[in-house]
Design a protein around this ligand. Sequence first.
Ligand SMILES: Nc1ncnc2c1ncn2[C@@H]1O[C@H](COP(=O)(O)OP(=O)(O)OP(=O)(O)O)[C@@H](O)[C@H]1O
Length: 259
Amino acid sequence: MLKVESLDQHYGESHTLWEMNLDVPAGACLCLLGRNGVGKTTLLKTVMGLVKSSGGVIRFDGTDITQIKAEKRAELGIGYVPQGREIFPLLTVEENLKTGLRAAPKIFGNKIPESVFEIFPVLKAMLKRRGGDLSGGQQQQLAIGRALVINPRLLILDEPTEGIQPNIVSEIGDVIKRLNRGLGKVPAAPAAGEPRFEIHEAVSRINRELGVTVLLVEQKLPFARKIADSFCIMDRGRGVAAGAINQLNDDLVKRYLTV
Ligand SMILES: Nc1ncnc2c1ncn2[C@@H]1O[C@H](COP(=O)(O)OP(=O)(O)OP(=O)(O)O)[C@@H](O)[C@H]1O
């Protein structure tokens, strides 16, 4: 679904990504691992179009998206949960969710799909609360919910468990797993009267049934082992190891991940 081929990236004179390759097949839950500062966030931001690449190709479903704008990538079906959540503390939960729709207003209009509240009921209960008044775990749910309003087929999360209490970490893990695996047949939502919204809900239902492909950066190894089916390790801007999650052995951990 997502293929990164020989990707280079520079911050000014500083060469950050070096011929980086990454393959995220449809249905995968792939965890990007590596010590601090090796370029994980930069890779995700380059995939999202938030920083410019200086060489190589990014393909989504076979289409070369390397040069297209970030908004267009959202329209194609890529959702992004940034590091540190980046929710707006003074806006309400509802307003925060609607900022996610702005990624592609022509397609998604101004309605939050009901599926977001099925996944995160707490957001419905707190619609009128300000984002800044939510707990860390609730803010992370809001950040994931905001990425889901556009019904992504690929969900990219940058350290979703950072700064979250341990009991909530496993809840977040369960949600990501549930999104990735899909729910099987789910009932159709009632028609909302507006054709564009009905298509939006239908896509949402299909994604919930079939599951969403996931690419995440995670520092907590037990969490990564629990939710991911595959991994890619980065070191100094390069991909140095990849495989099924059960191939993530002590030798790799010692060589590339322990500090
Ligand atoms: N906006 C920027 N301008 C210049 N250099 C940057 C910028 N953002 C990141 N860097 C540098 O690029 C390198 C890779 O950073 P990046 O944040 O991608 O790493 P990371 O693996 O995600 O680290 P962490 O686990 O700490 O989030 C680091 O040396 C960092 O200092």
